[in-house]
Structures are given as C-alpha cells and as structure tokens.
Design a binder for this molecule. Structure first.
Ligand code: FE2
Length: 512
C-alpha cells in the first residue's frame, strides 16, 4: 500500500474536511474486515471493508481509474444516492490514491446490520417495523425513480433511532416485484415469530405502501396473484403467509374468473367478443346475430370503451348480461384516468372525453373487471397470456412463439385474446408453429396450443368494416367466425356530433 495515500471528499462535509480525511486515512491503513454469509459485513468479491466503532470505509482496489474518471464516478454515485435517499445521509463518496492509481471509496456511519438485528432482537414488533421500512425503501425507490434494491437484509442497517438505511452501493433498474416477493418468501421461511397478527400487519403495510406509491389497484392485484404462487414447505410458514396474502388482497376483486360451465345446456357454444370500443350499434348487431343463432353466453375480452362514442351505453348493456367480461388496457386507463401507457394522441383524446361521460359506478365497474377468464381447457385475456398484466402485451409475429410456449407449459390448448383487432390463429401443432386466418369455420382440434383473436366488434382493423366475433364450441374445439354489418352511420354521426378527431372516423369507415 502506498504511504502517500491522499483522499478527496465530496459532498457534505465539504471537500477537504480534515477530520474526515484523518478518519479515512486511518481506516484505509487498518486491517480488512472479513466478509461472508451471516457475518457482520457481507459484500461482493473484490469489495474491501475497514471499520471502527463509528465508521465503515468501503472500496474496491481491483477497480482503479485515472483521476478524472474516478472523480466523475464518485460524484455520480454520490449524486445518485442523494436523489434516491435510501442510503444514510452522511454517506460520502470520494477517491483515494493508492499505488499511483485512483480508487473510488465511500464512508458511512457504522450502522447495525439488519440481518443481525433480526437474529438478536427479542421484540418481534420491532422486527416487523424494520421489515416495513425495508418495504418502504424498496417501493418508494421503485415508484419514484424506477430503481430497485437488493432486498437481502444484510444490505440494510439501523441507526441508534432504528431508522433503516440501505448499505449496498448497487442499485438495479426496476423490473417488477420478483425480488421483493423472493424476499418475502425468505422472511416467512426464516422468521417463525411472524404469527397471525404480525403477518397481517406486514401484509396491510405492504398493501398500503404499494397503493400509496403506485396509485394502482390493478398493480396490487397482479402482485397478489404472483404472491399466490409462493410455496412454503412448512404448514406454520404457509399459514402465516396466507394471512399476509389475505391482508395484501383485502377487498380486491378477483384477478381471474371461471366462466360458467353451462352443464345444464345441451349446447355449450359461446360467443367470443373483443374490442367493443364503445360502438353500441356494432355491439347490438353482434348480440342480435348471437340471438339468431341461439347463442346465449359470451366472453368479452376487454376494451369495452375507448375510440367510440357510446361508452356508458356499452357498459350498461354488458354489465346487465351474464357474460364473462374482462378488462382491456383502454378500460383500465379510463377507469383510472391514466393514459401514459400505450395511448396515441387520438386514443388519449377519446379516453379523456370518455372519462367525462362515465359516472363513478361505471368507472368502478370497469376498474374491477377481472384480468382473465378461464374455462375447461381454455383461457381468455385481452392482450397476451405471457404478459403479467394480461392487457398490455400483444400477440403478433414477434411474440406469438413465447405466448404459445406459455400455453404449452400451462397445458392450455386454447387461448382467446383481443387487443390486436386482427382475426386469426397462431398455433402450435406437433412441434411446428404457424398462423392461419380465421375462416368461416375452423377447428383447433389436435393443436398443442392456439392463440385465437376473434377480430374486433367495434373497431375492426383488417380492412373489413363489419363487426366481427367468433363462436366457440368447447366440445368439438371448432370455431365459427362471424362478420355482421351494422349501422356504422349512426356511430359516425355520434362521433361527429361529439367532435371526435377526424382520423378516428376515417379509420372506422375504412376498417383500418
Ligand atoms: Fe383495443
């Protein structure tokens, strides 16, 4: 080690603080702490730690830079941590010169590592409080900055007032709740003191934090769905986890529904409708067509509203039928008045107009629609089965293979979807994948998996302006594809009357 080591401190206290420089120099020349699983310090290979009772110095000697780059690196780390606000406010980033190279280092007040606190603490209430603070740090960072933490408890520390701070130097782009769910699984495996009341408290806290930070009940539903897949080996653990999950999903409408089995009927055929898009004349024509064919049941694959001029009327009709209706992205956006994701400027115009047309009951009905419907051997979603939201992803040339694989893995031979508005079937049969048009009569018998779009009722895009839907027979796995002419002039006149953007009218008239 060089005897001429210098330090430069950024942030507060300001550059050149003598006292802090002395601390850094002393620690830098002190023996390394050992690190490993269950020890006081844990860290990545290459990380070195020095400490005394008050401070922890961390650096990586194997990553050295020229001076300017090291300064930039340290400044970026420091700036980012100040923005994120989950590390201790007195954590400082700086550079050190060692053997003619510059290395980036940081100094943090010494905190009590959370994994040891959990092992030593006698009070489960305090432990749950600490876990709640970990959730708060993780969810706040994800919602506000789009970054995630490594939620391992050794990456957190408590100060003398039991405030929890993130100790790790790494942050990750937020990709969803998977690592947090894994953390929950570990907590419930490791902490036998998580009894019924503490599990319920933890679940309630997670729910409140998620809703508070993300403002999205739908997200909570999808996370609750993922939590439902967590398996814990011991009964006591899985009972506690079930209590936790109950508290997370309290009052939520179900994510998925079972379609009625209709065993009382001789004919079990049902209609598959998608993308009604507030086009009442088209919906009425389809329902008349169904009646003429004696079809009484239907699944409706979302996007009840958006694009069209009759949102309240379509909700009225569909909420009174005993159809299985699920949620589309337009329904979700309009129910929550949030149009950031996947709305073009015209779609956004109509979505905002639609919000003004719907009362709170109608919006609640939309918001509480389930995300998928399933029956014997079939699944219905708005967007794509491999999308955890079910209504954002598209089934098309670039994604169908992945979606077919999901179906094969889940042993679901038939999946209906909407969202593309393009009638057709992607299928997998005896190991070969392919696409076929939806003919007037089609069978998917013998397919390993199939993704079936019945076209759109109220906003066709396949060059045909008629309202489109399909009739499915679950006994023979056969499909009938229907095209029904409707009073488009009525829809167009209503769009004009409400001042809808011209390109939306042109599009409907062209079926594109
Ligand atoms: Fe749609």
């Amino acid at each position: 080690m060089s005897g001429d080591t210098q330090s430069i401190v950024f942030g507060s206290p300001p550059h050149g603080s003598r006292a802090l420089s002395d601390v850094i120099m002393r620690l830098f020349n002190s023996p390394a702490e050992s690190m490993g699983h269950g020890e006081v310090f844990t860290g990545r290979p290459g990380t070195e730690i020095r400490c005394d009772e008050r401070y922890v110095l961390k650096f990586r000697r194997d990553q050295s830079f020229d001076r300017d780059l090291a300064v930039r690196w340290a400044q970026q780390h420091g700036d980012r941590e100040r923005r994120f606000g989950v590390a201790h406010p007195d954590k400082h980033w700086f550079i050190l010169e060692s053997d003619d190279k510059w290395i980036v280092a940081n100094l943090t007040p010494r905190l009590r590592p959370l994994h040891l606190y959990m092992a030593d603490s006698a009070d489960p209430d305090d432990c749950v409080s600490a876990l709640e603070k970990v959730m708060e740090a993780a969810l706040g960072l994800a919602a506000n900055h789009g970054f995630g933490l490594d939620e391992g408890l050794s990456n957190f520390g408590l100060d003398s007032q039991n405030r929890v701070y993130y100790l790790d130097d790494e942050y990750y782009h937020w990709t969803g709740f998977l690592t947090l769910i894994q953390a929950f699984k570990l907590w419930f495996s490791a902490f036998s003191w998580l009894d019924e009341s503490l599990s319920a408290r933890l679940g309630g806290c997670f729910r409140t934090l998620l809703l508070g930070h993300f403002q999205d009940r739908h997200l909570l539903r999808t996370v609750a769905e993922e939590l439902r897949n967590v398996n814990l080996p011991q009964k006591a653990q899985s009972d506690s986890f079930a209590t936790f999950l109950d508290a997370v999903s309290r009052g939520l409408s179900p994510t998925g529904i079972q379609a009625p089995r209709n065993t009382e009927r001789r004919c079990r055929r049902f209609a598959v409708l998608a993308d009604v898009h507030a086009n009442l004349p088209a919906l009425s024509a389809v329902m008349n067509d169904m009646s003429s064919l004696d079809i009484k049941d239907a699944v409706v694959l979302g996007d009840i509203v958006g694009y069209g001029p009759y949102p309240a009327e379509c909700i009225d009709v569909l909420s009174q039928e005993r159809f299985s209706v699920i949620k589309g992205n337009h329904d979700h956006g309009i129910a929550n008045a949030s149009f950031d994701k996947g709305f073009s400027s015209y779609a956004r115009w109509v979505a905002e107009w639609t919000c003004g047309q719907l009362d709170s009951d109608a919006r609640r009905w939309l918001d509480e629609l389930p995300l998928y419907v399933e029956g014997e051997g079939w699944l219905g979603v708005h967007g794509a089965p491999c999308d955890r939201y079910y209504f954002y992803g598209y089934v098309y040339q670039m994604t169908y293979e992945k979606n077919l694989e999901v179906l094969r893995n889940r042993r679901i031979p038939v999946c209906f979807h909407g969202h593309t508005h393009m009638p057709g079937i992607y299928f997998s049969r005896r190991g070969a994948d392919g696409f076929r048009a939806l003919d007037a009569e089609t069978s998917v018998h013998g397919y390993d998996a199939s993704l079936i779009c019945p076209g759109s009722v109220g906003q066709p895009r396949n060059g045909c302006t008629a309202a489109q839907y399909a009739i499915f027979d679950p006994d023979t796995l056969s499909l009938v594809y229907r095209r029904v002419e409707y009073e488009m002039e009525r829809t167009v006149a209503a769009m004009r009357g409400h001042g809808f953007p011209g390109p939306l009218i042109d599009r409907l008239e062209a079926g594109r």
